[in-house]
Ligand binder design. Sequence first.
Ligand SMILES: *[C@@H]1O[C@H](CO)[C@@H](O)[C@H](O)[C@H]1NC(C)=O
Ligand SMILES: *[C@@H]1O[C@H](CO)[C@@H](O)[C@H](O)[C@H]1NC(C)=O
Ligand SMILES: *[C@@H]1O[C@H](CO)[C@@H](O)[C@H](O)[C@H]1NC(C)=O
Ligand SMILES: *[C@@H]1O[C@H](CO)[C@@H](O)[C@H](O)[C@H]1NC(C)=O
Length: 241
Amino acid sequence: MANYFQSLLLLTIILYTTSMTLAQAPAPAPAGPTNITKILEKAGQFTTLMRLMKNTQLSDQINTQLNNSNQGMTVFAPTDNAFSTLKAGTLNSLSDQQKVQLLQFHVLPIYLTTSQFQTVSNPLRTQAGDSGSQLNITTSGNSVNITTGVVDTPVSNTLYTDGTLAVYQVEKVLLPMSLFGPPSPAPAPGPLKKKKAGSDDDTPTTDDGSASADASGGVVCGGHLHGIYVGVIGIIAAFYL
Ligand SMILES: *[C@@H]1O[C@H](CO)[C@@H](O)[C@H](O)[C@H]1NC(C)=O
Ligand SMILES: *[C@@H]1O[C@H](CO)[C@@H](O)[C@H](O)[C@H]1NC(C)=O
Ligand SMILES: *[C@@H]1O[C@H](CO)[C@@H](O)[C@H](O)[C@H]1NC(C)=O
Ligand SMILES: *[C@@H]1O[C@H](CO)[C@@H](O)[C@H](O)[C@H]1NC(C)=O
C-alpha cells in the first residue's frame, strides 16, 4: 500500500513538473519577425487601422523596415473609436496617396520609450516626411500628449514594446497639418492625385477586416487550447497531491 502511494506521488510530481514546464512555453513573445498586424489584432479595437495598413501596404513596410533597421520604430495606433469619431467623409475625401501619408504620419522612424517622451526635442519627424508632417510630444507629469497642430490627444496606453518597436494607443486619429491644416495659398493642389472613381479598396463602412481576424483566430484559439490542456494536467496533478 505504501509503495502504491509512493509511486503515485512520484508520478504526480513528474506530471506536475512537466505541466509546469509546458505552462511556461506559450508565455514568451511569438517567434519570428515582428508583425505589426498581429500586435494590433491581439490588442483588439484596432480593426480600422489594421485594414487601412493592409490596404496601403504600410504593415508590410513596417515589418520589413523593423527587420532591416536598427533605429527601431514607434507607432501611434488610433482606436476604432478614434476613426469613427472623425468627421464624416474624412477618410473618403483622401486619395490613396494621402491615405498612405496619413498612416505614415502615425509612425516615427525611431524607438521611443515612455520615459523618452519626457526628453524628446520637438518637432518630431514622422514617416510621412516633409514639413507639415511633424508632430510634437508634450508631457506633464506622467501624462503625454501628441500635438499635430490640428489635433491634441493623450497617449492613453502602451500596447507593445520590445526594444525595437513601440506601439502606443491614441484616442484620436493624428491629422497632419499638411493634409488638414488651413490651406496655404502658395503650393497649388498639384500633388493631389485625381480621385479614382471606381476605387474599391477604401470603403471603411462595409469592410470590417474580419477576414484577417478569422485567419489568426485559429492561432489564438490553438494557444488557448494548449493552455487549457496544460491547465487540466495541472489540476489533475494538484488533485492527486
Ligand atoms: C502578420 O499577422 C497577420 C495576422 O495574424 C497575418 O495575416 C500575416 O500573414 C502576418 N504576416 C507575416 C509576414 O507573417
Ligand atoms: C529579415 O532580414 C533577414 C536578413 O536581413 C532576411 O533574411 C529575412 O528574409 C527578413 N525577413 C523578413 C520577413 O523580411
Ligand atoms: C493634453 O490634451 C488635453 C486636451 O486634449 C489637455 O487638456 C491637456 O492639458 C494636455 N496635456 C498636456 C500634457 O499637454
Ligand atoms: C512644436 O514644437 C515646436 C518647437 O517647440 C514649435 O515651434 C511648434 O510650434 C510646435 N508645433 C505644434 C503644432 O505644437
